[in-house]
Every structure is written in structure tokens, then in C-alpha cells.
Design a protein around this ligand. Sequence first.
Ligand code: VGL
Ligand code: ZN
Length: 205
Amino acid sequence: MKTLILVDIQNDFCPGGALAVPEGDAVVPLANALQQRFDLVVATQDWHPPEHASFASQHARREIGDVIELRGAPQVLWPDHCVASTPGAQFHPQLETENITRVFRKGENREIDSYSGFYDNDHRRSTGLGEYLRERGVEQVYICGLATDYCVKYTALDALRLGFETFVVADVCRGVNLREGDDAAALRAMEEAGAKIVRSEDVAG
Ligand code: VGL
Ligand code: ZN
């Protein structure tokens, strides 16, 4: 059984949003078309409290893009984004959501960021996604969405750790690219960890 994981296809990651990913909205029609080829479709949403520790606004004398230490780990500081229940946190309006059986929210703890759809960044708290997939006998996961170099990457790395056969649908992902080439480097890192990088036309029905 194979599952499609739609990662963070939310307004704030699309052009005009608070943390806009270049061409982020380009993944929407492709993600809609892909859904038809899967038995199970789930989605993640970045879902932060207004004072989340990943927001530059919460740190004196810090700017967006700065890297600080948070609980002993490096943390990039972001603009305020995906604040729970705000329009920026909603799915892109053109994303088809009727087939999504469950939405897993992450980043709700003010103290820690959560790039992966499976766990907080320190791997202490699970979102329930891994257990949900296991219970349903899922063996293969196909991952697409935003952003290639953060939430797609860490979702794929955790899927591999959990033992899922992991595919990343590269044309249905876009990167933030704080530094040029971050998206390509992320795809290489996922591939080195054991993920298969595919294109949507190669995904069988
Ligand atoms: C993301 C940065 C901050 C993502 C989420 O969805 O890739 N990136 N929060
Ligand atoms: Zn976030």
C-alpha cells in the first residue's frame, strides 16, 4: 500500500505569503493530479503559536535568516508564518482536500521547531503520522510539497528512519533556497540517505 504525503502546501509558503517559497504555488496542480494515483493521501500543516521560538520577532536584536542556538541545536529564524488558524496557515485554496484522510499538524510547541511531519526537531514528540501509516499497513511513502530544503527533507529523512520505502516527487516540490542550490543539495542528501527521487510522470496509478 502506498501513501502520498502532501507537505505544508499552505498559503504562507506560496507567493504573497509570509515565508513565500519561489513558485510554491506551482506544486498545487501537480499535487492534485498525483492524488488520483494513491490509495491513501495525508497532509501536514505547519501550525505555530504566535510566539513561536523560530520567529525572528521573538528574539531581540535578531533578524530573519539568522541562525541561533535553540535547545542546543542550530535554528534558522523565520518571519512569523503559519500562525494557527490564520489565513496563512490554511491550505492553498486550489489544493484539493476531499481525498485527504488526515492532517498532521506540527510546530505547535512554542519552544521547538518541527520540520518533519513525523517528529519535532529533537525527535521527542511524534505527530502520530508514523503510527497512523503503520496501523494502515503502509510500506511506501511518496512525499511532495514545501519546502524541499526544510520540511520535505526532514519528513523524508524521518520516513527512512522509520523504515518506509521513501520516494520524493521532485517536480512537485519547491525550495526556500536561502542559499542558492539548497534545494538540489537537499535532494542529494535525501537520496544519500536512501530516498528515491522520482518525477510525477513516473508515479504509477
Ligand atoms: C518550513 C521553514 C519554517 C517548511 C516550515 O514547511 O519547509 N520551513 N517552517
Ligand atoms: Zn514553520
